[in-house]
Design a protein around this ligand. Structure first.
Ligand code: ZN
Length: 285
């Protein structure tokens, strides 16, 4: 029998106003578009998939009912920083103090262990990764491995053991990287975000398929606004790329995500949360 293949579906649970081009602008936006979280859970429930929800610490109490419902049906809660800011924009001391507080608050509020972390903008260095270990996190998923992305820091994982492409561990702590496939010899992110939604679907689907056929681990991520049923406000003062980022590919994204799920199923992938994958990988070490 061939090696087991794992797909992990995740969401970075943040308000529409946390989107960088909006938070950095002077636009006055008063919608959070968090109904996209409910839409995501609906799609996943239809396919019996459990996901990991990387949630902004300061947002979690405001959507406690949604999160409690998701947790009670088997989805997992993890941390997307204490606020939606790049960890690299605060000192290691502040990062440590506020992340610990957010971890404890969420754990108490939801009665569940918070063992995973993903940095906003994939902006995490090795010093802050060490802090996550010290605080008792079991895994991180902030390694995008695409230096062209703004804010992104390439983690140095040379001291980690690579179990399979994208999964690394060091003394029981795991780094679950985002997935990449080479185009003209250059690794390109294929795990979601704008990289998948804004690309020509036939092209990116083919690229993901190439990756899936030769690998055994894939991770997908998106944000609530990308699945909202509400109208995404047109913000006239944004740059044209940012307007494009906020609107393009939204109407067909649900359909494309379902096609991706079918492709993963057909290629023999098992859907797990990061928490389950951590347990499986820890046993195999
Ligand atoms: Zn984010």
């Amino acid at each position: 029998m061939s090696k087991q293949k794992y797909a992990v579906f995740t969401m970075d649970v943040e308000a529409f106003t946390d989107t960088e081009c909006i938070s950095a602008s002077s636009e006055n936006v008063n919608v959070d578009l968090l109904d996209g979280l409910d839409e995501y859970i609906k799609i996943l429930d239809k396919h019996s998939i459990k996901c990991t929800l990387f949630t902004v610490g300061s947002l979690a109490p405001k959507i406690a009912d949604k999160l409690k419902k998701a947790i009670s049906s088997g989805h997992k809660l993890a941390l997307h920083n204490f606020e939606h800011i790049a960890p690299m924009d605060v000192s290691p001391e502040v990062f440590k103090e506020k992340t610990l507080k957010a971890k404890q608050t969420l754990s108490d509020m939801f009665g569940t262990e918070i063992s995973g972390f993903r940095a906003p903008y994939f902006s995490l260095d090795n010093k802050r990764l060490e802090i996550l270990k010290e605080l008792g996190f079991k895994y991180d998923s902030s390694n995008l491995g695409f230096s062209k992305a703004r804010h992104t820091v390439n983690l140095d994982l040379s001291n980690f053991k690579e179990h399979t492409e994208g999964i690394f561990s060091d003394n029981g702590f795991f780094e679950f990287s985002m997935s990449r496939q080479k185009i003209f010899g250059m690794p390109y992110p294929i795990s979601g975000g704008g990289y998948v939604r804004l690309s020509n679907w036939g092209f990116i689907k083919g690229l993901i398929k190439q990756y899936l056929q030769r690998n055994d681990y894939y991770v997908f991520y998106l944000h609530p606004f990308e699945l909202t049923k509400q109208k995404i406000p047109v913000l006239k003062d944004l740059k044209s790329y940012d307007k494009y980022y906020l609107q393009s590919g939204i109407s067909s994204y649900k359909k494309h995500i379902e096609q991706l799920i079918v492709m993963l199923k057909n290629l023999g992938y098992e859907f797990v949360t990061f928490e389950e994958l951590y347990e499986k990988m820890s046993k195999s070490v």
